[in-house]
Write a protein that binds this ligand. Structure first.
Ligand SMILES: N[C@@H](CCC(=O)N[C@@H](CS)C(=O)NCC(=O)O)C(=O)O
Length: 212
């Protein structure tokens, strides 16, 4: 049994999509970020970086960082093919794009949603947010240009990259406009949205059910 440290609408969407897709038994522990439970001594003792999500592995350690969790889950269930194995020609592109999403996409949303955490000058909040939104726009263009398969990111078919990319689009207020000008990403999201496993995650996180 795995334990997913979870908050609605958070980066738990990606790891949870993997758990559901792989048919893995897991329990959810709600980390109520509304009352800063992620900064409590108890959570900090488990997850020193104080971020959500985290995953308690079967009889093993607790691991944070969305990309690390998704990679580990894929590696622990290699036959599903959601993470290319070592030696697979797709491994390099997979790692490249996963890290690009984790370092270029995810934290840019943090800047857009919480600009006050990135400046000591309250008057600069709007400017920080606007710059983050411009970076997100550029980031999604880069993602669009990186999609090699159809409808999935890699030609081989569904991988963890697809769940990560779909999760990032969920955080855009106007998802329909985002996807309108990015046909490959739109096809990817439609394919991911159509998977029963991802549908269950969307319902759990109260996300829009339609792709647009
Ligand atoms: N690098 C982390 C970032 C995770 C992250 O920032 N999660 C947010 C929730 S979506 C969080 O825990 N924020 C807490 C904070 O900023 O103090 C990852 O990829 O998992």
């Amino acid at each position: 049994m795995y334990t997913l440290y979870w908050e609605q609408g958070s980066g738990a969407i990606g790891p949870q999509a993997m758990l559901e897709e792989l048919g893995i038994d897991y329990e959810k522990v709600h980390v109520d970020m509304g009352v800063a439970a992620h900064r409590s001594a108890d959570y900090r003792s488990k997850v020193p970086t104080m971020r959500v999500p985290a995953l308690g592995l079967q009889e093993g350690p607790i691991v944070g960082e969305t990309a690390a969790i998704m990679t580990l889950l894929g590696e622990q269930h290699p036959d599903a093919g959601l993470v290319p194995r070592e030696g697979d020609a797709d491994r390099g592109p997979f790692m490249y794009w996963l890290m690009a999403m984790a370092t270029g996409g995810y934290p840019t949303f943090s800047r857009a949603c919480h600009p006050e955490q990135f400046t000591t000058d309250d008057a600069a909040n709007d400017a920080v947010q606007q710059r983050a939104e411009a970076h997100l726009n550029e980031f999604f263009d880069i993602l669009e240009s990186g999609i090699e398969g159809n409808p999935f990111f890699l030609k081989r078919g569904l991988t963890a990259l697809d769940f990560y990319a779909a999760m990032l689009t969920e955080w855009v207020a106007d998802r329909a406009s985002l996807l309108e000008s990015r046909p490959k990403l739109a096809a990817l999201c439609e394919a991911v949205d159509g998977r029963p496993a991802y549908g269950r995650v969307k319902r759990d996180h109260c996300l829009r059910q339609e792709t647009g």
